[in-house]
Ligand binder design. Structure first.
Ligand code: SF4
Length: 720
């Protein structure tokens, strides 16, 4: 069998036959077919693929069979590693033809051999580091099992502004150019979102030309784009740049002194004018234009300087030119930011942030208000791109077109193939959603204490083994300080140790309880009974303190075309809540309880709209009659399995469930939508049914109302 004669089914059958850990899932085939059709018809595909589908295989197989060059972009290193170390090698092993795959990281991750040798001539470097340089085959800093000081790494890494390219004596053995050569050859090239966007913004100067694109963890792309397309200026940055200009390219001393004085004065005035640690800037800033003029003077000097006076020994003249080029590029970013400060532009959001109260670091950031145009122009409309697939476990947010929010964020227009492929997990059997009946709304004073009592009660039921997730750090700290001393379970909170270590501690500690905020809402996978409970304090609406979010809401209110609440706040919170809830069930054997302590989930119509987007779990309003999880799920909690899988259970993971088993069909109220009602008003007429009474063992299933939505809607949509 060759590449051209194999079908997606053939490859999945080969996996089933040859890979002992592989498990056949109809949802995976369904997703693979939808992706294949997207590629074959050269369209854009948007797929919400529930946890456990094995979406990486579903995307990789049609990509490899196409014979085209395909870039796969992820947000997290963990998922990148899953593709490159697990799923791609598995496919290489079973396929009867050869294909090349490579991982490419941002240039700054690779050691620059010439810069390293230059640095060694000037300063000594830790012996361990030198040994690694001799031994490494990739020059990738992630191989290091110690962290070199950042200032040292920045002096020795590969830097486009300090690279002689093919005139470099180290070019043949250069790690970065070797990575590029591998990327050039690869049929499947794995990158991260930041690199994908940086390449797109540089009109394809970083990555080789590719035909098709798979964006996994796609829900992160708009936020990464906001970071990539932002400009910033800080007092520390200006000081370092001025010092480089003086020492490395001998810029005139007078010019540098003027610049340093003006910078000190400018940032000092700014820090006093905005005393809070983080403040949005709305008015023009005095002195910003003048400061930009001073920076422009230095930039012009650097642009005009030919460096003819530099003796051309050992490429010194070339080095000076490269350094000047790097400083020019940094100054360009500063000047752009200062120009927005001098004359605020409604398309840019401006804010000031301080590192501490000593003003040692004062930074101003200018971020684009709306990145959809960038994503459309630079990624979707990229020259030579024939088709792209965007997928994640959380993309749909309810409403008439469940993908409208995401499509608007990414500037997706016209015809799009889109579908929601449900998880193979049977949430109705595996999970219980507890929405306490008598808690006050979370913005009331008494909420936190009452929520703590509820958390304690739920933890008793689950016997610890829980993530308790908060939307704010202060709620996390207060709850932890109140609860941890009285809990009969080992408890830790985010910040006590690095995230990875905390997850390890959680996996290894019987009955552990982990209190966390943002970083534990996604990207953490703990399989088995060790994680049997997820408690969420409130609907994760974005903080109004976030300058970009605040500016987006204001712009929507002014334009009036979209509702800031229904079209921005609610979809964002829905996606986030789905991520948090998604921590609980990671395999077909997992069972557990998820509780959302926010009374608005049932008391407000928008809460009920969010509910409709969650996996179809059984819902209870009281825990009466339940003392252990065995009361809920039967006498035996299945044995646990553990893995480091990031956002989903990959097909390569062990699972002994019958391959024939598929997710149950939707139950009552399947596919109901709340429509475009005024979601901020208290509602009572949603399609969600609650339990008729308290759950008790004797009432068995009758005390619980099962409610599922149909998450299997496949269709094609056209945006206006
Ligand atoms: S080619 Fe460029 S990145 Fe590579 S070693 Fe030479 S200067 Fe450094």
């Amino acid at each position: 069998m060759s590449r051209s004669t194999l079908t997606t089914e053939d490859v999945l059958a080969l996996l089933n036959e040859r890979l002992s850990s592989y498990e056949h899932r109809p949802q995976q085939i369904e997703l693979a077919h939808a992706i294949e059709r997207t590629f074959n018809t050269q369209q854009t595909g948007l797929f919400e693929a529930g946890t456990g589908i094995g979406k990486s295989f579903a995307a990789l197989i049609p990509a490899i069979l196409s014979g085209k060059k395909v870039v796969v972009s992820t947000n997290t290193i963990a998922l990148q590693e899953q593709y490159i170390n697990k799923d791609i090698p598995a496919l290489k092993e079973i396929l009867p033809f050869h294909f090349d795959a490579a991982l490419m990281k941002g240039r700054g991750n690779y050691l620059g051999l010439r810069r390293f040798e230059d640095h060694l001539l000037e300063q000594s470097i830790d012996e361990e580091f030198v040994d690694w340089v001799h031994d490494t085959e990739t020059g990738d800093m992630s191989e290091l099992d110690f962290v070199p000081p950042l200032d040292v790494w920045l002096e020795v890494n590969s830097d486009s502004d300090d690279c002689f390219r093919n005139r470099c004596p180290k070019f043949a053995e250069c790690f970065y150019f070797e990575a590029r050569r591998r990327a050039e050859k690869a049929d499947i090239l794995v990158v991260n979102h930041a690199l994908l966007l940086a390449d797109a913004a540089s009109y394809g100067n970083i990555l080789p030309q590719y035909d098709m694109l798979i964006v996994d963890e796609a829900h992160h792309l708009p936020d990464v784009a906001t970071d990539v397309f932002s400009n910033g200026i800080s007092n520390r940055g200006v000081r370092i740049t001025a010092s480089k200009a003086l020492k490395k390219v001998q810029a005139p001393l007078g010019l540098i002194r003027d610049l340093e004085l003006e910078s000190t004065e400018f940032f000092h005035r700014l820090a006093y004018a905005f005393p809070a640690m983080k403040t949005r800037i709305r008015e023009p800033i005095d002195g910003a234009h003048e400061f930009a003029l001073t920076l422009k003077q230095l930039k012009k000097w650097l642009e005009d300087e030919t460096f003819e006076g530099v003796l051309d020994v050992g490429q010194e003249r070339e080095r000076a030119r490269l350094k000047a080029k790097a400083i020019i590029s940094t100054l360009g970013g500063y000047i752009n930011c200062l120009e927005v400060m001098a004359k605020p532009d409604p398309n840019w959001v401006l804010w000031i942030e301080k590192g501490d109260n000593s003003f040692s670091k004062v930074e101003v950031v200018a971020a684009p208000l709306d990145v959809s145009g960038y994503i459309h122009d630079y990624v979707l409309d990229k020259t030579g791109l024939s088709s792209s697939v965007w997928m994640s476990a959380t993309l749909a947010t309810g409403g008439e077109d469940p993908f409208a929010y995401f499509k608007r964020s990414c500037g997706m227009q016209g015809h799009v193939i889109q579908s929601r492929v449900s998880s193979p997990f049977d949430f109705e059997k595996q999970a219980l959603l507890y929405l306490p009946r008598n808690l006050p709304e979370p913005n009331t004073k008494e909420f936190l204490m009452k929520a703590c009592d509820e958390i304690e009660r739920i933890l008793e039921l689950s016997d610890g083994r829980a993530f308790v997730l908060f939307t704010s750090r202060s709620s996390l700290v207060q709850s932890f300080e109140y609860l941890a001393p009285q809990l009969p379970f080992p408890a830790k909170r985010q910040g006590e140790m690095p995230r990875k270590k905390l997850v390890e501690w959680f996996r290894e500690t019987p009955k552990a309880v982990l209190f966390g905020t943002s970083t534990f809402w996604e990207g953490v996978s703990v399989e088995g009974e060790q994680l049997s409970c997820v408690i969420i304090d409130r609907i994760p609406f974005q903080s109004p303190d976030d300058p970009v979010y605040e500016a987006k809401c204001e712009a929507m209110k002014q334009e009036g075309e979209w509702s800031w609440f229904n079209d921005l706040a609610l979809p964002h919170a829905t996606m986030r809540l789905k991520q948090g809830v998604g921590r609980l069930i990671r395999t077909k054997k997992d069972v557990g309880i998820v509780s959302i302590l926010d009374a608005r989930m049932t008391g407000k119509q928008y809460g009920r709209r969010i509910l409709e987007c969650l996996p179809g779990m059984r819902i209870v309003r009281s825990l009466n009659g339940m003392n252990t999880l065995e009361d809920v799920f039967g006498p035996r909690i299945p044995e646990k399995q553990t893995s480091d899988t990031p956002n989903e259970v990959s097909a390569g993971e062990p699972n002994s469930q019958s391959p024939k088993k598929s997710g149950k069909k939707s139950g009552k109220n399947a596919g109901k939508k709340s429509g475009k009602t005024s979601s901020e008003e208290p509602g009572s007429g949603s399609g969600v049914k609650e339990d008729a009474g308290d759950y008790s063992l004797s009432s068995s299933e009758s005390g619980i109302t099962s409610w599922r939505i149909n998450t299997n809607e496949i269709g094609e949509w056209s945006t206006k």
